[in-house]
Design a binder for this molecule. Structure first.
Ligand SMILES: [Zn+2]
Length: 260
C-alpha cells in the first residue's frame, strides 16, 4: 500500500472510520503526509460522518484531522507518546501528564477572578479558550482549582484593549463573546460524548470478561471438573481469567493451569 498512488490510498481510506484512519496515518510517514494534509480533509469528513449523530458536528476552529485526533486519538499532542489522559475539549488539547504539567507552567496562566474587568468587560467573558483545571497552576505556580487560559490569548486581549479604537473594541468584544459561547457549548457536547464513549467501551470490556468466564467454566466442566472446584478457582481469580477478550483454543495457559 505504501507504493500505491496517493489517490488510490485516499480512496481506500475514505471507507475507514476515524480511529482506523489514525492508525493508518501513524503506520508510515508517507501515509501521515498524505492524510494530514489539507487535501485529505474529505477523507476525514467521510470518516466523521460515519460517527454521526453521536459525535457532535465539527466546530469552525477545528480541521477535520484535528477533530479526529482529539476525538479518537490516544497520543499526547506534545511529545507523541501514547497516553490515557482524556482530551480537554475546552482547551482543544490532549497531553500526557508530564507535558501537561510543563505546558501549563510555560504557556498557560490563571485567568483573573471573574470580576476583574478590562475596558469595561470582565476578562473571563473575552477569553475563548479557558478551562477549569486542578493539580497544576500554570505560570503563577498556584496549585488550586482555577480557570486557566493560554498566556498568548490573555496577552492578545490586553494588547487589543490598549490599541483598539472604541468601534474596533466593541466589535472585538462582541465577536469574542460569541466565539466563547459557541466554543463552550461545543466543548460541553464533546465532553459528554467522550464520557459516553468511555462508558460504552468499559461496558463492552465487562461483557467480554463475563463471556470469557462463562467459556472457561464451560470448558472446564467439559473436561470433567466439578462446579464447586471451578467456582473456587474462579473466586480465587486465576491468571488470564480477567482478560477482556474471547477465550480461544490456543494460548490459554490459565485453563491449562487449573486443568492440570
Ligand atoms: Zn507528552
Amino acid at each position: 500500500m505504501e507504493k500505491a498512488p496517493v489517490e488510490i490510498v485516499l480512496e481506500i481510506c475514505s471507507h475507514l472510520d476515524p480511529r482506523d484512519l489514525l492508525h493508518v496515518a501513524r503506520s508510515a510517514k508517507i501515509f501521515a503526509r498524505s492524510l494530514l494534509g489539507s487535501s485529505a480533509a474529505g477523507v476525514w469528513k467521510a470518516a466523521r460522518k460515519k460517527c454521526e449523530p453521536d459525535l457532535p458536528p465539527i466546530h469552525p476552529d477545528l480541521t477535520e484531522q484535528k477533530y479526529a485526533l482529539l476525538g479518537f486519538g490516544s497520543h499526547c499532542q506534545n511529545c507523541g507518546t501514547p497516553t490515557r489522559s482524556a482530551v480537554n475539549w475546552y482547551l482543544r488539547k490532549r497531553w500526557c501528564l508530564r507535558c501537561q504539567s510543563e505546558t501549563l507552567d510555560s504557556k498557560y496562566c490563571h485567568l483573573p477572578i471573574p470580576w476583574v474587568s478590562i475596558r469595561g468587560h470582565p476578562k473571563h467573558d473575552l477569553i475563548v479558550y479557558q478551562a477549569r483545571l486542578s493539580g497544576s497552576g500554570g505560570r503563577d505556580q498556584r496549585r488550586d482549582c482555577r480557570d486557566t487560559c493560554p498566556v498568548s490569548e490573555l496577552e492578545a486581549l490586553e494588547w487589543k484593549a490598549q490599541e483598539f479604537s472604541d468601534a474596533e473594541w466593541d466589535a472585538y468584544v462582541a465577536a469574542q463573546k460569541q466565539k466563547k459561547k459557541a466554543l463552550q457549548e461545543h466543548a460541553r457536547l464533546c465532553t459528554e460524548w467522550t464520557k459516553k464513549r468511555i462508558s460504552d467501551h468499559q461496558a463492552e470490556l465487562y461483557a467480554l470478561r463475563c463471556e470469557r468466564e462463562e467459556a472457561v467454566k464451560s470448558r472446564l466442566e467439559g473436561i470433567g471438573y466439578s462446579i464447586g472446584l471451578i467456582d473456587l478457582a474462579i473466586d480465587s481469580g486465576f491468571t488470564g481469567l480477567g482478560l477482556s477478550k474471547p477465550l480461544t483454543d490456543k494460548g490459554e495457559p490459565s485453563v491449562t493451569l487449573i486443568a492440570g
